[in-house]
Design a protein around this ligand. Structure first.
Ligand SMILES: [Zn+2]
Ligand SMILES: [Zn+2]
Length: 265
């Protein structure tokens, strides 16, 4: 934990804390539905991909799998960066689920250990919704397109499914990084070789001002994104275009002060 950031302040701030557990409990049946739908779509697509597998191009499997995995890691970073940087919690009352998600990102910086108390459905039930469109599109395409078209676009379908699968479960990899020795043995082994997000690597994100290492699946894409300062460049461009400040409401969540209306809200 970062010196100077007091968890007690965060815990006693009802605005930042909200009642996340009660909220997740109220949505638990919904999360079960979304995760089950995600798994069914994934298995269905696997079955369709298997039945169209071009055996003469089998050598491309590993390349496309690695590309999809790394792209999912990048997408997890983009999602995390956007939630951390641009969405002020107090302006999202029109969508309680989105407000809950953004508040959870802020809360997570100050009390990362709370991540471990969610079950599989609550951990992943919100993120999987984002990959329903690509998974459904691939399913419909593989079901109704002509054989010639499927052969021509087969590896794009694999890429979309691999990316969707890992991005849909990005919070699970993030959670393993916070569980450390309580994570399953296979997760700990894969964390040691940087295939899953290593806890020590992710600790960099939990250092003030929480503006680096946003990717949370393997964290490998953090190296190019941070070295090339891509997050800062995107913040500069977006700030200039929309005349807004990155992380403008972050201090309220860190120190428990009440939120003020941003003049640009
Ligand atoms: Zn964050
Ligand atoms: Zn974290």
């Amino acid at each position: 934990m970062v010196p100077g950031v007091k968890n007690e302040v965060m815990d006693s701030n009802p605005y930042a804390e909200g009642d996340d557990k009660a909220f997740d409990a109220g949505y638990h049946s919904f999360y079960k539905f979304t995760v089950t739908t995600f798994l069914l779509l994934t298995v269905w697509n696997l079955n369709l991909l298997w039945s169209n597998f071009p055996i003469d191009q089998a050598h491309l499997v590993i390349t496309v799998f690695v590309a999809g995995f790394l792209f999912a890691d990048l997408c997890s970073g983009l999602n995390h960066w956007f939630m951390d940087t641009w969405l002020p919690v107090h302006t999202l009352g029109f969508c309680p689920l989105l407000q809950h998600v953004v508040r959870s990102f802020r809360l997570h910086h100050a009390v990362p250990y709370k991540f471990g108390s969610s079950d599989f459905y609550a951990t992943n039930g919100k993120d999987v919704i984002m990959v329903f469109p690509p998974l459904a599109a691939v399913m419909l395409y593989l079901r109704f397109a002509s054989s010639a078209s499927i052969i021509a676009n087969y590896w794009w379908c694999v890429f979309a499914c691999v990316t969707s699968f890992f991005f849909g479960l990005n919070s699970q990899f993030h959670k393993y990084a916070h569980q450390k020795k309580k994570a399953p043995w296979f997760a700990q082994v894969l964390q040691r070789i940087h295939i899953f997000l290593p806890p020590s690597h992710h600790n960099v994100h939990h250092t003030l001002p929480y503006d680096r290492h946003y990717c949370v699946i393997s964290g490998l894409m953090n190296y190019p994104m941070d070295v090339l300062r891509i997050w800062r460049i995107m913040e500069y461009v977006i700030g200039k275009i929309f005349r807004c400040q990155p992380r403008s409401d972050d201090a309220h969540h860190r120190y428990g002060t009440p939120p003020k209306q941003n003049k640009h809200d």
